[in-house]
Design a protein around this ligand. Structure first.
Ligand SMILES: [Zn+2]
Length: 190
C-alpha cells in the first residue's frame, strides 16, 4: 500500500489537510502523489499487487479530520492485507536551512522496511543530507503490517524545494523508493 500524504476535504468541500508547500510553488500533496504513481508501476513490473490511498484519477480523500483520515488510510492497508505500508511525504521546517531526507518507522516489525528503503534513498541522493532512520509514533500505530513514513526532502529549503517540484527529480526519488521496497521483499520472502 502506497500512501501519498495529505489532500483531504470534508463533506462541505473544504480542504482540511493541505500538506506543506514550496514557497509560492508546488504542494507536498502533488509531489507525493506523483512519486507514488511512479513507484506503483515499478513494483507491478516485479509482480507486486499495489494499492494507493489516492490516485491521479481520485486525488482527494474525504474525511472530517486529518487524524481520522490517517487512521482510515491505515485501516485500508489492513483491509487489503497489505504486506507493507509506505507513506510518502515531504518535510517542512521553520528553519530554512533544514534539509535532507528522513525515514520514520514506529512498530518494531517496521525497522527492516526502513532499513531497506532508507539506504536506497541514500544511494540515490549522495549530495543530499541523510537525516537517518527515526522511530516516531506518528508513523501509524493502526497499521497491522510493517509501515514507514518517508520525508523525501524539505520543501521549506529553497534548493531542495525547487528540486522536489521537478518531475525528473520526483521520478528519481520514485525509482529509489521502488528499489528499496523490492529489496525489502527480496530479503523477506515468505
Ligand atoms: Zn506530510
Amino acid at each position: 500500500m502506497l500512501d501519498p500524504g495529505h489532500a483531504v476535504m470534508n463533506d462541505a468541500g473544504k480542504i482540511i489537510n493541505f500538506g506543506a508547500r514550496v514557497r509560492r510553488g508546488a504542494w507536498e500533496r502533488d509531489i507525493a502523489l506523483n512519486v507514488a504513481e511512479t513507484v506503483a508501476p515499478l513494483l507491478e513490473a516485479q509482480g507486486a499487487k499495489v494499492y494507493l490511498t489516492r490516485t491521479q484519477a481520485n486525488p482527494w480523500r474525504y474525511g472530517y479530520s486529518p487524524q481520522a483520515d490517517n487512521r482510515g488510510r491505515a485501516i485500508l492497508a489492513n483491509v487489503v492485507r497489505a504486506d507493507a505500508y509506505i507513506r510518502i511525504h515531504c518535510d517542512w521546517n521553520p528553519d530554512r536551512k533544514f534539509k535532507g531526507f528522513t525515514t520514520y518507522y514506529y512498530r518494531w516489525g517496521s525497522r527492516d522496511l526502513a532499513e531497506a528503503v532508507h539506504p536506497a534513498l541514500a544511494g540515490a541522493l549522495p549530495a543530499h543530507r541523510n537525516n537517518g532512520i527515526k522511530r516516531r509514533s506518528f508513523v501509524s500505530a493502526s497499521a497491522h503490517m510493517p509501515a514507514i513514513l518517508l520525508e523525501l526532502g524539505v520543501l521549506s529549503n529553497k534548493a531542495e524545494g525547487k528540486e522536489l517540484a521537478q518531475g525528473d527529480y520526483q521520478s528519481h526519488l520514485a525509482m529509489a523508493v521502488a528499489e528499496g521496497i523490492i529489496d525489502y521483499f527480496q530479503r523477506n520472502k515468505s
